[in-house]
Every structure is written in structure tokens, then in C-alpha cells.
Write a protein that binds this ligand. Structure first.
Ligand SMILES: Nc1ncnc2c1ncn2[C@@H]1O[C@H](COP(=O)(O)OP(=O)(O)OP(=O)(O)O)[C@@H](O)[C@H]1O
Ligand SMILES: [Mg+2]
Length: 371
């Protein structure tokens, strides 16, 4: 196995963040257990850590909502020191109300940076109770979930998604408003075709890397197959990339009148569907029981953690909110062993400290009641 590059959070400081006026914690690399009653702030701490990656964090909240509600005229800020590949790394982020910007500011080692750049430094994976509906809700949510995981491996992927989305929206606007500017439509459709092929190739490559880890036997956890289906995938399977792109552009052109009535686009990378199959019972994830779905999701998250750690040699930080309590004792023990074996920093929350007892020797316990 290759040498995994350590990356873990050492100190975390919160200011005006959710229910915390201020919080300052220092932790080791070991698994961190935050146990305490409902509403004490466990998920808020994980949310803060999730904001050291690009995007809106594990709650997908608007920036303004995060600010401690009884504080006026001030923003919220979070700051963390990491050990990153044997070097010190400091990241700060937050919402600064003294500027007109509604975007969150990001500073890396004191220098102004961007959200996108965070992905070059820190990889964060999480599972939360809000994700329980991942296999039941529409395909868009699932696609966004996988695309977000993929960005950990290929930061360029988010640029392709952005460019695709822009071209799709522009074309939809023209068609909706009946502006049949042939030249401009052709440019947008070429962009959509080009980006669809790049996005789909990335997705297929990622899934082929992930699949080996999804099939690995982890005692008590289901084995999974993930596939990607859609018109673009069929075009890619049947043609070279150049021909697939040309065909796709032709189809987009043919679909103009249909799309102007129906809105959006009938074909393209935004129509692909990620299908998750539970190999143990040969059932699609959507028909599996709630408990089985939670286990499937955990298998997926852990497979991504192992892929990052072992193939890409970067240690992700793992946030598991309310996950452990739902596992039976055997699965819990297997999960703890996996976490310790991988040596990645993991943050685990729950209301019942008892379920974390097997980690008593190896874990760092935080009791928020005592703060
Ligand atoms: N912007 C905000 N300002 C002040 N308080 C907030 C804000 N947003 C959320 N809270 C409060 O933070 C508290 C802690 O929330 P959190 O979800 O972290 O609790 P928890 O410990 O994870 O609880 P549970 O065990 O129920 O999941 C809640 O009481 C919530 O009302
Ligand atoms: Mg919570």
C-alpha cells in the first residue's frame, strides 16, 4: 500500500456560528466522539468542519442562517489549524457583513483564497440523517451527491459542471423566449455536447475506480454496484468521444422545438441517472429497507474514503452524524475497526455515549455539557 498523506484537524474555533457565540476545541488525530443531548450543537460542529470544503456544507444552508440568530451586525467565522501532509495549514472562512459580498470569504494560511481552492487542501466526506432519503428522492439529488464525491478526485469536474449548466440555462432561455438565433444556439449546443462528454467520461472513470472498493468484503455491510445510465452514456459506449459529441450536438439541434415547449433539455449530462444496486439481495437501493439504505450509504462513503486514502494517498476527514446509533453492535465494531485501520480523522456524533464505548481507549470524547 502507498504512503497515505496525513491530514487532520487540530484546533477548531467558531465565532457566532449557530448556537455558539464562541467555541475553541483542540483534538488529536484519533476518532472524535461528540455525545450529548438533542440541540446541544453536535451537528453544528460537524457543519462547521464541512465548510472547510467548497459549497454550502452538510446542511446546505444559506450563509445568513448560519449566523447566531441573536447577534446583530456581525458575521460568523470559523477557523481551523490542520496538520496537512506534515505541514501546518490554517483555513478560515465565514461571512463578513462589513463587505457587500454575499459569498463566504476563505483564507488559507492568512491569504485570501477561494472556495474552489479548498478542494486542493482538504477532502471531507460526510453522512447525515438528512441523506437518508438519497435513494428514494429524485435522480437529481443522487447525481449531485455523486458529482460532489467525484470533485474530491477530480477538481476539474466542477468546472465542467458549471460550464455545462451555464450553456444549458442560456439555451433554455433562448428557446423559452422564442429567440431562434441559430448561430448562438449552435455554439451553446456544441458547448453542452462537449461538456456532457467530459462530465460523463469523468463519472464513468470515477465509478470504475470506486467499484473495486464497493465490492470488497466488509463484514456485515452490503456489497454494492453503482452504474450510470442515460443517453449520453449510450452514445459514449457506442462511439468514439468525437463522434459521440457530434451525435449529441445533432440531437440537441433536433430537439429544439420539443425543448422550447417542455423546457430544459431532453438530453445531456443532467439527465444521467446513478443506479445503486444492493448486491447482497440483488435489489435496487430504492426498494431496500431504511436500515439497509443507511448501511448502503455508509458503504458508499467508506469506499470513497478508502479510494482517497489508498489510491490517491490523501486522508479525508470523515464526519458521521448520528450514524453509529443506527448500526447493530457487530456493524458498529466493524466500522470502528475500519476507521482505525484507515487512520483517517473521523468525527462521530450521537446522543448515547454508550454506543461509542469500544472507542474508549482509542477515541477522544467531547462532552458539550461541560462547556
Ligand atoms: N443561526 C442560529 N442561531 C442560534 N442558534 C441556532 C442557529 N441555528 C441553529 N441553532 C440552534 O442550534 C442548536 C443545536 O443544533 P444541532 O443541530 O447542532 O443540535 P444537535 O446536538 O445535533 O442535536 P440532535 O441530537 O437533535 O441532532 C439547536 O437548538 C438550534 O436551534
Ligand atoms: Mg444533530
Amino acid at each position: 500500500m502507498q504512503q497515505i498523506q496525513p491530514c487532520w484537524l487540530r484546533t477548531l474555533k467558531l465565532q457566532n456560528f449557530r448556537n455558539f457565540s464562541s467555541l475553541n476545541i483542540t483534538v488529536p488525530k484519533d476518532p472524535i466522539i461528540i455525545a450529548g443531548p438533542n440541540g446541544i450543537g453536535k451537528t453544528n460542529i460537524l457543519e462547521a468542519i464541512s465548510l472547510f470544503s467548497p459549497g454550502k456544507g452538510l446542511r446546505q444552508s444559506k450563509l445568513g442562517i448560519i449566523k447566531k440568530s441573536d447577534v446583530q451586525d456581525q458575521g460568523w467565522f470559523i477557523n481551523a489549524d490542520f496538520e496537512h501532509q506534515h505541514q501546518d495549514l490554517n483555513i478560515g472562512t465565514g461571512l463578513d457583513l462589513s463587505t457587500a459580498s454575499e459569498r463566504r470569504i476563505v483564507k488559507v494560511n492568512g491569504e485570501k483564497s477561494s472556495q474552489t481552492a479548498l478542494n486542493d487542501w482538504i477532502k471531507i466526506l460526510w453522512q447525515t440523517p438528512q441523506m437518508d432519503r438519497l435513494f428514494i428522492d429524485g435522480m437529481t439529488i443522487r447525481r449531485k451527491f455523486f458529482d460532489k464525491l467525484l470533485v474530491n478526485f477530480s477538481p476539474e469536474h466542477s468546472k465542467h459542471l458549471y460550464r455545462y449548466d451555464y450553456a444549458l440555462r442560456e439555451r433554455s432561455k433562448l428557446l423559452r423566449e422564442g429567440i431562434m438565433d441559430q448561430k448562438w444556439l449552435a455554439v451553446l449546443e456544441q458547448k453542452m455536447a462537449q461538456e456532457s462528454i467530459a462530465i460523463t467520461a469523468n463519472r464513468l472513470d470515477y465509478l470504475s475506480q470506486l467499484q473495486g472498493f464497493l465490492e470488497q468484503e466488509i463484514e456485515g455491510f452490503p456489497k454494492i454496484a453503482v452504474s450510470l445510465e442515460g443517453d449520453v452514456e449510450t452514445l459514449i459506449h457506442e462511439n468514439s468521444a468525437t463522434v459521440a459529441e457530434e451525435r449529441l450536438q445533432e440531437r440537441l439541434c433536433q430537439n429544439r422545438s420539443r425543448d422550447s415547449v417542455m423546457g430544459g433539455s431532453k438530453i445531456g449530462a443532467h439527465q444521467s441517472e446513478f443506479l445503486v444496486l444492493n448486491l447482497d439481495c440483488n435489489q435496487q437501493a430504492e426498494v431496500c429497507s431504511t436500515g439497509e439504505q443507511k448501511a448502503l450509504l455508509l458503504t458508499l462513503i467508506m469506499a470513497n474514503a478508502r479510494l482517497l486514502a489508498t489510491v490517491h494517498e490523501v486522508a479525508p476527514i470523515l464526519l458521521l452524524d448520528e450514524v453509529v446509533a443506527h448500526l447493530d453492535e457487530n456493524r458498529r465494531q466493524v466500522l470502528f475497526n475500519e476507521i482505525l485501520k484507515l487512520g483517517i480523522q473521523s468525527w462521530l456524533t450521537g446522543t448515547d455515549v454508550q454506543v461509542f464505548e469500544p472507542l474508549r481507549k482509542h477515541g477522544h470524547f467531547i462532552n458539550l455539557n461541560e462547556r
